[in-house]
Design a protein around this ligand. Structure first.
Ligand SMILES: [Zn+2]
Length: 492
C-alpha cells in the first residue's frame, strides 16, 4: 500500500517535471547574441551542417535555421561549439524528449572578450571533481571559457606536488570546515581528467598557486621556508631554498597545465616578516633593493622569468602592480609610470583587478587586465535578497546584487586607447563562508547569468535593460531548478 502510494507520488512528480521541461524547452537566449532575427516557422529534426568561414571573428559564429536545414559557419572550432550551445537553448522537444524542433532564425554572434572567467576557491572548501565537472558544463552552456582554479592558500594545499609530499599531508586542515571527502586534494591524474573535460568544452584552466603570501598551508608542511620570526604565511625570500621551492612547484604546475597563464596570487602580502628577517635583509643588500616593498616585485619578476622559459606568463591579483605598500590599492594610486621599473612586474604579466580603479590604472599603464571588481563579480558577497538563508563575508558592508553584476562596465575608468588591454572579465567564488555545493550554487546562480551577459555581449551600459534581462533569466532559472541546480530568485 505504501509502495503504491509512493509510486503514484513519484509518477505524478515525473509527469509534472516532464511537462515542465517540455513547456520551457525553448529558452530565450542568454547571453543575448549580437544579431538575432527570427524568420517565422520552425525547423524539425534537421541535420546540422558546419562550414569554415574565415571572415568570422575568433569564437564567433553564424547560425542559420531555415526550412531547408541548419547551418553553422565559424572560423574555428570554438565558434562552432558556441553555435551548438545557442542551438541547445533554442531547442524544443515533445514530452517524450523526441521530435526536436527549432525556430527559424538567422544569428550572427561573437564574444566581446576573449577571457570569460569563473574562479572557484577550493583551498578554503574542497568540492571535488564531480562538482567541478558540473560547473564546467554550466560554464560552457553560458559561453564562459576560463576556469580559474584557486588551489592553495593559508588554510589548505589542494594539488599534489610529488617533490614535496608533505604539502598534501600536513598542508591540509582536515577538521572544521572541510567535509570528510577523501583525499581532499587533487592528484596529477585527477587534474588531467579535469583538463580533458574542460578542453572538450573549450575551457582553459588557469591554476592559482599563491606566492609569496597566502602560503600558510605550505609553510605548515615546510616551516623551513618561512622567515624565522612572525606569522608563518609568507615565503622567506632571503632563503635560496625557499625560492627554489617556489620554482620547483611552478615547474610541476607548468608541466601539468597546458594553458599559457599561471596565476601566482601575489595579493595581501604584508612585509612585516621580511623587515625583521636577517636573510631577507641580506637579500636586499645583495640585490640592491632599496626598500622592503621591493622584495615582492623582486620575487614576481624572478618567477615570471622562470616560467617564461617554459612558454608561460604569470597572472596575479592587482597588488602585483598597484599594491606596493605606499600605494592605495583602493584606487587613489600614484601614476604607475612614475614608479621605478623594479617595483613593477614584467609588462607581460596579466593583472587581475578586483577593484575598479586599480584595474583601470593597470590597463592605462599598459598591462593586460582581467577585470573582476568585487561589487560586480564577487559571488561570495551577499546578494541583497529579501530572504537569504546563507552566510556571507561581512554582509553588512559587502554586497554584489544581481543588478550590480548585470550593470558591470569593464571599461569604467579605462582610457579609450587602452580598452584593448582589457583581456576580459571574471566572476569569483571565495569559499570561507560556503559550506557545501547547495550554498555554492545559490551564490553562483543566477548571478552567473548576468555575468555571462557582460562577458559575452558587454552591451554599452545605456543600452542595457535589467527588467528585460530578468525575464530571460527567470526562464533559465526555471530550467536550472528543474535540473536540480540550486538557484536564488531573480530580482535585485
Ligand atoms: Zn626571510
Amino acid at each position: 500500500m505504501v509502495k503504491t502510494f509512493e509510486y503514484k507520488v513519484y509518477a505524478a512528480c515525473a509527469a509534472v517535471l516532464a511537462l515542465t521541461l517540455s513547456a520551457m524547452a525553448s529558452m530565450p537566449l542568454l547571453p543575448k547574441p549580437a544579431e538575432c532575427r527570427f524568420t517565422g516557422g520552425t525547423c524539425r529534426n534537421a541535420a546540422v551542417k558546419t562550414a569554415i568561414d574565415k571572415s568570422i571573428p575568433p569564437q564567433g559564429y553564424a547560425l542559420s535555421v531555415a526550412p531547408g536545414g541548419i547551418t553553422i559557419k565559424s572560423s574555428d572550432e570554438a565558434g562552432a561549439f558556441y553555435a551548438r550551445m545557442t542551438l541547445r537553448q533554442l531547442e524544443t522537444k515533445d514530452a517524450k524528449g523526441k521530435n526536436v524542433s527549432y525556430p527559424n532564425c538567422e544569428i550572427k554572434d561573437a564574444p566581446a572578450f576573449k577571457w570569460r572567467g569563473m574562479m572557484l576557491d577550493e583551498a578554503r572548501h574542497f568540492f571535488g571533481k564531480a562538482v567541478v565537472r558540473e560547473l564546467l558544463e554550466r560554464m560552457a552552456q553560458y559561453k564562459l571559457n576560463v576556469f580559474h582554479w584557486h588551489l592553495t592558500d593559508n588554510q589548505n594545499w589542494r594539488i599534489e606536488i610529488p617533490e614535496f609530499p608533505e604539502l598534501t599531508k600536513r598542508g591540509i586542515w582536515r577538521e572544521g570546515r572541510c567535509e570528510s571527502e577523501s583525499p581532499l586534494y587533487y592528484t596529477e591524474k585527477d587534474i588531467k581528467e579535469i583538463l580533458e573535460f574542460a578542453k572538450a568544452r573549450h575551457i582553459t584552466v588557469v591554476p592559482e598557486i599563491d606566492f609569496p603570501g597566502h602560503l600558510g598551508a605550505a609553510l605548515r608542511a615546510y616551516p623551513q621556508f618561512a622567515c624565522g620570526a612572525g606569522k608563518k604565511n609568507i615565503l622567506c625570500l632571503g632563503n635560496p631554498e625557499a625560492v627554489a621551492f617556489a620554482e620547483k612547484v611552478l615547474d610541476r604546475v607548468c608541466g601539468l597545465f597546458p594553458g599559457e597563464v599561471i596565476h601566482i596570487g601575489g595579493d595581501e602580502c604584508p612585509v612585516m616578516n621580511w623587515e625583521k628577517c636577517p636573510k631577507c635583509k641580506a637579500l636586499m643588500a645583495r640585490e640592491d633593493i632599496g626598500a622592503v616593498k621591493g622584495l615582492q616585485p623582486w620575487l614576481t619578476r624572478r618567477l615570471a622569468a622562470h616560467i617564461k622559459t617554459k612558454g608561460k606568463r604569470i597572472s596575479g591579483w592587482e597588488e602585483i602592480a598597484v599594491g606596493l605598500g605606499k600605494l592605495d590599492k583602493r584606487g587613489e594610486s600614484e601614476n604607475l609610470a612614475s614608479l621605478p621599473e623594479e617595483y613593477l612586474p614584467p609588462k607581460s604579466s596579466l593583472v587581475m583587478g578586483y577593484h575598479t580603479k586599480p584595474a583601470a590604472l593597470a590597463a592605462n599603464t599598459g598591462f593586460d587586465v582581467v577585470s573582476c571588481p568585487t561589487w560586480h563579480c564577487y559571488f561570495d558577497y551577499q546578494q541583497k535578497l529579501p530572504e537569504d538563508p546563507h552566510r556571507y563575508h561581512r554582509p553588512d558592508i559587502r554586497w554584489c546584487p544581481l543588478e550590480s553584476v548585470y550593470n558591470f562596465d569593464p571599461y569604467e575608468g579605462v582610457n579609450p586607447q587602452a580598452r584593448g588591454r582589457i583581456a576580459g572579465v571574471e566572476c569569483c567564488s571565495w569559499t570561507e563562508k560556503t559550506r557545501n555545493v547547495t550554498e555554492l550554487e545559490w551564490k553562483i546562480w543566477p548571478r552567473t547569468l548576468a555575468f555571462a551577459e557582460v562577458a559575452w555581449r558587454n552591451e554599452e551600459p545605456p543600452k542595457r535593460d535589467f527588467k528585460e534581462f530578468c525575464e530571460r533569466a527567470a526562464a533559465h532559472r526555471r530550467r536550472l531548478l528543474a535540473e536540480h541546480v540550486n538557484c536564488a530568485p531573480v530580482g535585485r
